[in-house]
Write a protein that binds this ligand. Structure first.
Ligand code: SAM
Length: 468
């Protein structure tokens, strides 16, 4: 792909840095009345404005912040209940022509580069399926010679077709570099779930210094990727920022501007927001990063995002350690990765390749599930929305009118039941079945509850892949 086709008119920049800076220039602590008015708005599940989010970010008073945390928990509970959607990343190529200073895969780092063959893709898929995963995110560096988009779509086909006994990967999300409308159309035709791309930092000047070389150094092309994805027919997109590169408050406000832009232009905001925090990597030290985000600030930003976009999924990866993840889940996270590897071919464990960055939650998928179950969470392997075409604005409609409660809860229970039947020992199965029993009553409709009980019996009798 030549770089002239990547020229974007500067007027396309929808992040207004002046507005953000102006909002951040005030440090005045909001009054209790102001905080309570915003909390009331978000309790009625209305999306918060950029200005309201800026007000919440100015909170310094512990009592006021505590109210925000409590609200985040309440909103999370009322929309997502105890459900946590599980997924795993799958690194399929570490070839990269970019020089992103924070990334272990940057082109200046010398180590053997690798792209998975069909056989290796199948092996990785088998391991993931045997772990119980149904939803993955393909990850790859940017290199159109060694890893063109046609390879990515081919890999998706290989992965979707790999079956092991009752299991298969049912939803493949993709996190690859910003690309053209034509390539997004190819990803759509290959049955992509969500197209995920992090802006890294929305602050243009900082973006340029972190991305000195390679096609990714084009801020505007990267920023407008979701527009091209939408034009290419992908209405399910996931945005995010790499926290630690710039002032986290700037990133949160910019994420809200990105949300507003997508809502205004395409009628649907992001399906998910990811909140990765920067980690140590090959030739990347995080020791004296000026904008490192503390745990307290991280909890604050997650809770504020939950209040700001009640229906948007929040994704937390294994970059965070086990204890902290379980704390943050409470504040509004709706999707967790588990048992993750960030090296190419990492699941089959034949030979260890270079990691993109260091992980902090090293527990196995089973250990994570056990821990979630013990705390009363309901791990969900559901992929139904995308497979029934409930994406984009169709998803938002059912989410906002509450119908989703009669779909997500049964689907979570049924996919957990499949997981317990197929991949767990008796002890974990007993624990999981208790959680299923405790959560059946939380299906609002009598009819759907009865249907779910019937389907749980059918799963126990051997049927698979039942969903609403
Ligand atoms: N090559 C694609 C791109 O250009 O966006 C795919 C992204 S990469 C496989 C996935 C994400 O990992 C990046 O978007 C970045 O936010 C994150 N990442 C890179 N280096 C990291 C580090 N040192 N610590 C934590 N996350 C990192």
């Amino acid at each position: 792909m030549n770089t002239s086709s990547r020229k974007i008119d500067p007027s396309e920049k929808f992040i207004n840095e002046d507005v953000i800076n102006e909002l951040l220039s005030s440090t005045a602590e909001p009054s209790l009345e102001e905080v309570e008015a915003i909390i009331a708005k978000s309790m009625s599940k209305e999306i918060l404005s950029v200005e309201e989010v800026a007000t919440l970010l100015r909170i310094n008073n512990d009592e006021h912040m505590q109210k925000v945390f409590e609200t985040a928990k309440t909103i999370k509970q009322s929309i997502y209940g105890n459900r946590i959607v599980m997924f795993a990343p799958l690194y399929i190529s570490n070839y990269c022509v970019n020089g992103c200073t924070y990334c272990g895969y940057k082109c200046s780092n010398e180590f053997p580069r690798k792209i998975l063959s069909d056989e290796e893709l199948q092996k990785e898929a088998r391991v993931l399926v045997e772990m119980g995963h149904k939803r993955i995110v393909i990850e790859a560096g940017e290199d159109y010679t060694n890893c063109p988009v046609d390879y990515i779509t081919h890999a998706m086909d290989v992965l979707y077709k790999t079956k092991v006994d009752n299991g298969a990967l049912r939803r493949i999300n993709v996190n690859i570099a910003a690309t053209s409308v034509e390539n997004y159309k190819k990803l759509k035709a290959a049955d992509i779930g969500t197209f995920i791309l992090f802006q890294e930092t929305y602050h243009e000047e900082s973006y340029k210094s972190y991305h000195p070389t390679g096609p990714k150094s084009n801020y505007l092309y990267h920023l407008t990727a979701m527009d091209r994805a939408m034009e290419g027919g992908i209405d399910d997109v996931g945005i995010g920022a790499l926290f630690g590169l710039y002032d986290y408050r700037f990133e949160v406000l910019a994420l809200m501007m990105h949300r507003d832009h997508l809502e205004e232009k395409y009628g649907v905001g992001p399906h998910t927001i990811s909140v990765p925090r920067i980690k140590k990597a090959k030739d990347v030290s995080v020791d004296d990063m000026q904008y490192a985000v503390s745990d307290e600030d991280f909890k604050k930003l997650v809770a504020i995002i939950r209040l700001a976009v009640p229906y948007t999924g929040i994704i937390l990866s294994t970059r965070e350690n086990a204890e902290f993840r379980e704390e943050v889940v409470n504040l509004g996270v709706s999707q967790l990765s588990a048992g993750s590897k960030t090296d190419v071919g990492g699941y089959q464990d034949d030979e260890k390749m270079e990691n993109q960055f260091e992980l902090a939650d090293h527990r196995s998928q089973e250990e994570i599930i056990e821990s979630l179950l013990k705390k009363g969470y309901l791990p969900s392997y559901c992929t139904a929305c995308y497979r029934t075409g409930r994406t984009g604005d169709r998803f938002m409609q059912v989410a906002k009118n509450g119908t989703i409660q009669n779909l997500c809860q049964p689907n979570a229970l049924m996919t957990l039941s499949e997981y317990l039947e197929d991949y767990c020992d008796d002890e974990l199965k007993a624990l999981g079945n208790k959680v299923i029993e405790a959560n059946i009553d939380k299906i609002p409709s009598d009819k759907m509850r009865a249907k779910t009980i019937d389907r749980l019996q059918r799963i126990s009798d051997g049927e698979r892949d039942l969903f609403f």
